[in-house]
Design a binder for this molecule. Structure first.
Ligand SMILES: [Zn+2]
Ligand SMILES: [Zn+2]
Ligand SMILES: [Zn+2]
Ligand SMILES: [Zn+2]
Ligand SMILES: [Zn+2]
Ligand SMILES: [Zn+2]
Length: 431
């Protein structure tokens, strides 16, 4: 009993001493580090020691102390020096912790070298190979082989390393990716140089037709304003309003800021063409066809979602370039409108439409099982034909979404399913 008690006491005593020893040693290690730092700061004339240097000093001090301990350890006759052992462990732990902090700090600093942020731009250091571009800040050539230079990974702006901090234009991505950003659907009328006080609309450099080429006014077709040759490089881009109103895909001259804005937003579904210019769907056969495909895609999506085969085939991936087509049939991107105007997109979508139809109508039992039989048909052949909401020559009941041959539906002038349901409801209300 007593022995047991002793043992317990012995344990608690050991624990408490080792605990107090631990905190004493901790204080010792911390004091050692702060002493080393103080010495260093006194030595350095400008007293400026950053965190990375502090860590290096602390690590050096810990290592030095550790070396002292290992030299001392042997001559001392005592079998185990608890205090020394504990401090050594603390020193090793401290070195590991400091090493980790140093690594994190260095990684962060490397990121800073890789990327430089200014006015929303994320300038990334570029390689020395390739053509020598022009710097958008100083307008000088960027000599890749001898000069560091950066490119904004969002808007593509190119600048000398030394010019990156002087960029005044806000990154087009900051403006274009705002949730309420939309293209103006007004074709910009030129307001004239007088209205702009004969100054560049961006940098306010004086403009005149009479002076040298550096003062030559250049019109931006997106803003309707004039710019100096530094802010307007005669880039050309299709203008959203001209596509919306006239399906005109012609590239027009735009200033640098407009070019960058159009470039970052060209693949964003931003144009609600059905709301803005619904007449165009009747006037432009390509647009009309694309809209029809898009409506079908939304119906086909319902088939694919409930079909295991379609999911394993990842069939909707065919539309990955136009992800919003799977979500709604309303919004268009600038690039899509341009492609439709040029006649390209329609053919591409027609191919996808064929693949989708083939899966549902011919290749997949599950999807085919979700087809419709026309209830209104007079002939057996007609009654046995499987119809889908996207089959040519069908009509769909707007109430119950059931599908019939168009001719049959027009003849009947009503939906037999809805009629049956209404009859049932009348009966029920009578009861
Ligand atoms: Zn940018
Ligand atoms: Zn420059
Ligand atoms: Zn300018
Ligand atoms: Zn299927
Ligand atoms: Zn029929
Ligand atoms: Zn119906």
């Amino acid at each position: 009993m007593a022995a047991n008690d002793d043992e317990t006491n012995e344990h608690s005593r050991k624990d408490s001493t080792s605990y107090s020893m631990f905190s004493d040693d901790q204080i010792l290690v911390d004091a050692l580090i702060s002493q080393a730092l103080e010495d260093k700061i006194d030595d350095s004339p400008n007293r400026g020691v950053d965190r990375l240097e502090q860590i290096n000093i602390a690590i050096a001090a810990c290592k030095e102390k550790l070396r002292e301990f290992s030299l001392q350890a042997t001559p001392v006759g005592t079998p185990t020096d608890d205090s020394g052992h504990s401090i050594k462990k603390l020193l090793v732990d401290k070195i590991v912790d400091l090493g980790l902090e140093k690594q994190n700090l260095q990684d962060a600093q490397e990121d800073c070298v890789e990327m430089k942020k200014c006015n929303g731009h994320t300038f990334v250091l570029q390689s020395a190979r390739g053509r020598n571009p022009c710097c958008e800040v100083c307008m000088g050539t960027i000599w890749r082989l001898v000069q560091y230079w950066r490119r904004c990974r969002a808007c593509g702006m190119r600048v000398h390393e030394k010019c990156a901090e002087d960029v005044r234009r806000v990154c087009a991505a900051v403006i274009g990716l705002q949730s309420d950003f939309h293209f103006s659907n007004k074709i910009c009328a030129e307001v004239g140089l007088l209205h702009q006080n004969y100054k560049c609309a961006e940098c306010e450099h004086p403009l005149s037709y009479d002076s040298g080429p550096s003062d030559e006014p250049r019109l931006c077709e997106l803003t309707g304003l004039y710019y100096c040759p530094s802010c307007h490089w005669n880039d050309e881009w299709p203008i959203p309003a001209r596509l919306i109103h006239n399906m005109d895909p012609t590239p027009y001259p735009v200033c640098r800021a407009s070019k960058q804005l159009l470039s970052v937003t060209q693949h964003k579904p931003l144009i609600a063409m059905l709301d803005t210019n619904p007449r165009m769907f009747a006037l432009h056969s390509g647009l009309k066809k694309v809209q029809r495909f898009r409506k079908d895609f939304l119906i086909m999506k319902c088939y694919f979602i409930s079909c295991k085969n379609a999911r394993s085939l990842r069939i909707l991936q065919y539309l990955r370039q136009h992800q919003h087509f799977v979500e709604d049939a309303k919004l268009y991107t600038l690039d899509e409108l341009k492609e439709i105007a040029l006649g390209g997109l329609c053919r591409e979508l027609e191919d996808i439409h064929t693949v989708f139809r083939r899966h549902i109508e011919d290749e997949c039992e599950t999807c085919r099982g979700n087809g419709f039989y026309c209830e209104l048909c007079a002939t057996d052949a007609g009654r046995n034909q499987i119809l889908f909401p996207f089959t040519d020559g069908i009509s769909m009941c707007k109430k119950c979404y059931f599908v019939f041959h168009k001719a049959c539906y027009e003849k009947a002038q009503s939906c037999p399913r809805c009629e049956r349901r209404e009859k049932r409801e009348r009966h029920r209300s009578k009861d």
